[in-house]
Design a protein around this ligand. Structure first.
Ligand SMILES: *Cc1c(COP(=O)(O)O)cnc(C)c1O
Length: 434
């Protein structure tokens, strides 16, 4: 199997396994298709949370994506990859003074505040600096629209301010001089595969924006309609059809943009932009049988790809996976297909990437690719479990492979530990207790 003409085996040989490989063409095509399909008034902001690799974002930015960030390092990543401050928004429920200060220093387009407490904090910090900072209020909507795997709204949440509390807040511009409240943000859920749900969420957010303007007197510089567009991972799921998304969103955006010509309209997207570009490549170390089932024990697992392992979901479902290559001239041999378990190196039974997946009989040295793995991979996994650390990441663009993140080496991980040796305990006392 190849990526832009390069054998995965060559990538594994050059960079080692386990390894994440990102296809720059897929990233570019995805962002380009999305942006050209959507109404031009709707700007696409990439959620770095889904894949914060600086070169991944660089490719998406070249394709016209802006940046939605939630930490100091994500902010620095976005700027270092060339995002302009006016195309960066910062959100997250527990921002530190340092993070808010960095937003003010940089002059990001907007800070999305998630509580009145935070708004007061930002007001003080901006006042101390003598600056004004545009703020969007994140609203916890009073109603939930079903169809998303993780639904926000209609429930007590640490995210955002309850819709009712915002609508009851009274005149906001007179109370905040440095925190310039000028828009709203609503994020209703993730993994949405139903265009109609996206349409309803959008309609809700746009209508809410107008209600908030009427009740609080804020300007409407921006409305962030969230996003949460999904990709299909499992049997029985299918990808969003962009034509359906267009049908649901564009008329609503057109109507709102005409009524509010100066308002920026923001769509946030993480998974939709990054997932399909990534493949998690692992190498099989050992194979064995246990009570009639085949196990291939590989070098990658939970610690890099918790989502594929599916901890937390009730029934284990497999991400799409393929045999990418194997040693020798039998590279292309597909062989008999049978159910195989692919497990990782961790000492926990949960470390099962593929359960009874239909794959050719596996052997040591085989390379397996877990597809659609570009979102919520290593950064959303317990990378330090069993002290393995972060895998290498490679970006393939224009037919060439580039290392875009180095694998954590043992020295990297040892360096962070500090040996404290109790001086009052003689060594022989230690030995006696062992
Ligand atoms: C996680 C998150 C996103 C990205 O969600 P995807 O489903 O990956 O597109 C966008 N906005 C907010 C507020 C989020 O928390």
């Amino acid at each position: 199997m190849r990526i832009q003409g390069i054998e995965y085996e060559d990538l594994a040989g050059r960079f080692g396994t386990p390894l994440y490989v990102y296809d720059g063409e897929v990233l570019t095509d995805t962002v380009t298709e999305l942006r050209s399909a959507l109404h031009p008034a709707l700007e696409v902001f990439y959620s770095l949370k889904s894949n914060p690799n600086i070169s991944v974002f660089r490719v998406l930015r070249r394709g016209g994506a802006r940046a939605e960030v939630s930490s100091l390092v994500e902010l620095r990543t976005a700027l270092a990859a060339g995002a302009k401050p006016e195309d960066v928004i910062f959100l997250g429920p527990g921002k530190s003074a340092e993070e808010l200060g960095a937003c003010l220093d940089v002059g990001v387009y907007a800070v999305v505040v998630e509580s009145f407490d935070e708004l007061d904090h930002l007001e003080r910090l901006a006042g101390d600096r003598g600056v004004r900072q545009r703020v969007l209020l994140r609203i916890n909507p009073a109603c939930a629209i079903s169809g998303s795997r993780l639904t926000m709204g209609g429930k007590p949440r640490q995210f955002g301010i309850d819709e009712k509390a915002v609508l009851d807040a009274g005149d906001l511009p007179s109370r905040y001089r440095h925190a310039d409240v000028a828009g709203i943000h609503v994020y209703m859920g993730t993994r949405i595969l139903d265009a109609e749900v996206l349409g309803k969420n959008t309609a809700y957010a746009l209508d809410l924006a107008e209600r908030v303007v009427r009740s609080t007197g804020i300007r409407l510089d921006a409305v962030d309609i969230g996003g949460g567009m999904g990709v299909a991972y499992f049997d029985g799921e299918s990808d969003l059809d962009l034509a359906d998304v267009v049908k649901e969103l564009n008329p609503r955006i057109e109507k709102f943009a005409t009524a509010h010509p100066g308002t920026r309209l923001i769509l946030e997207s993480g998974r939709f932009l990054s997932a399909r570009a990534g493949t998690y490549v692992l190498g099989v170390r050992y194979v064995k049988e246990s009570l009639g089932e085949s196990f291939a024990v590989a070098d990658g697992g939970t610690h890099h790809h918790m989502a594929a392992v599916g901890i937390g979901s009730f029934v284990k479902r497999n991400f799409p996976a393929v045999l990418l290559g194997r040693d020798g001239e039998e590279r292309t041999r597909t062989g008999p297909i049978s159910p195989q378990n692919v497990t990782g190196p961790l000492c926990t039974p949960n470390d099962t990437l593929l359960k009874q997946a239909q794959l050719p009989d596996l052997r040591p040295g085989d390379l397996i690719g877990v597809a659609r793995s570009g979102a919520y991979g290593p950064t959303a996994s317990p990378g330090l479990f069993l002290s393995h650390g972060y895998p290498a990441e490679v970006l393939v663009t224009e037919g060439r492979a580039h290392l875009v993140r180095s694998r954590d080496e043992p020295d990297d991980l040892m360096r962070k530990q500090h040996l404290y040796d109790q001086p009052s305990t003689p060594d022989h006392a230690l030995e006696e207790t062992q």
